[in-house]
Design a protein around this ligand. Structure first.
Ligand code: NAI
Length: 331
């Protein structure tokens, strides 16, 4: 198994997650490789070749967040990994944890977000047309739109989700988002038992805050998926909670929605729940259903007790104290 600890709070939450995974009793041999600013300092590269070498062999990775320096000539590490490894689906389940007092704690939020992961404005195609005018190319292809729509509907069918909403801005971007919608409609037609709807992204933001319980599964192009994921995280207690999976046909990388959180790095304040819940998804993907269920139920138990939570979710425990509580609950 490839482990990319990453930067900022990455190594702290990765360490905590490895310990929790080990406590489930599952035998995993981790191969640790560096990416991000840590790798840049050590090897002169943000994304050294050994990261790909390891993933090509293991096919499964657990990843902490990584810094991509703003500006300059650096391509985002996440974009590079997702494109090179064909990780076209970004799946993010957003669920309320028991006992957690959030602004929406009395609303049963249970969303599945399917974000297209390889194109849109993340294609990195930007150039200066004339001085003072730059262009950024939004690429939407039928191929990528069809495969994310299929992934979303197949998941909905498998997991008993009843409603799929495609999020877009096709009233303005008639061709690009129009093509995305056309693909979603084509796939939806093969799943008549699933209720299909379409929503303009700005309206979707408002509706998600007003009545999140009305939504089930969302399928989105890359940029809207990125933004809506953080909005949805805010509904269930913040970025410390929400896990994610980057899935392709041959490889999968599990990582939290959050970034490197430089404001709290090294202070023992990071909440490892998001990466631990990503590990829950990873264990299920590996067929380790029992270990996956044990870790999830230990997390839920720890939240229901509410005594050892980190400060981002209203507690006063350190990363280590929270981790110990989860491990006790696994045992
Ligand atoms: P961020 O997600 O790192 O932080 C946003 C806010 O949420 C901060 O106040 C932070 O303290 C808090 N937060 C995030 N995760 C938390 C956790 N586990 N526990 C407690 N609080 C948590 O977003 P920001 O500040 O926009 O980005 C910082 C860096 O992270 C940037 O360099 C960005 O490029 C990178 N990033 C990397 C990602 C990845 O590798 N998957 C994803 C998003 C951002």
């Amino acid at each position: 198994m490839t482990l990319i600890p990453g930067d900022g709070i990455g190594p702290e939450v990765a360490e905590a997650t490895m310990r929790a995974v080990e406590a489930t009793g599952v035998a995993i041999e981790w191969e640790r490789v560096e990416a991000g600013v840590t790798a840049l300092e050590e090897y002169g590269e943000l994304l050294p070749g050994e990261v790909f070498a390891s993933l090509e062999y293991s096919h499964v990775g657990l990843k902490g967040p990584t810094t991509t320096p703003v500006g300059g000539g650096h391509q985002s590490i996440n974009v590079a990994l997702r494109k090179k490894l064909g990780l076209y689906t970004n799946f993010r389940p957003v669920r309320m944890l028991p006992g957690l007092k959030t602004r929406f704690h009395d609303v049963p939020v249970n969303l599945a977000i399917f974000r297209e992961n390889t194109e849109d404005l993340y294609s990195g195609l930007e150039h200066e047309v004339i001085p003072g005018v730059v262009e950024s190319l939004k690429i939407i292809t039928q191929h990528a739109s069809m495969r994310i729509a299929r992934a979303a509907f197949e998941y909905a069918k498998r997991e008993g989700r009843c409603k799929v909403a495609a999020i877009h801005k096709a009233n303005i971007m008639k061709m690009s988002d129009g093509l995305f919608l056309q693909c979603c409609r084509e796939v939806a037609a093969h799943f008549p038992a699933i209720e299909y709807s379409e929503l303009i992204v700005d309206n979707a933001c408002m509706q998600l805050v007003m009545r999140p319980q009305a939504f089930d599964l969302l399928v989105l192009p890359n940029l809207y998926g990125d933004i809506i994921s953080d909005l949805a995280a805010g509904l269930v207690g913040g970025l410390g909670i929400v896990p994610g999976a980057n899935l392709g046909d041959h490889c999968a990388i599990f990582e939290a929605v959050h970034g490197t959180a430089p404001d709290i790095a090294g202070k023992e304040l990071a909440n490892p729940t998001a990466l631990m819940q990503s590990a829950v998804l990873m264990l299920a993907h590996l067929g380790e259903r029992e270990a996956s269920a044990r870790l999830q139920s230990a997390l839920e138990h720890t939240y229901a007790e509410g005594e050892h939570l980190t400060s981002d979710v209203g507690g006063s425990a350190s990363t280590g104290e929270f981790t110990e509580a989860v491990i006790r609950n696994i045992r």
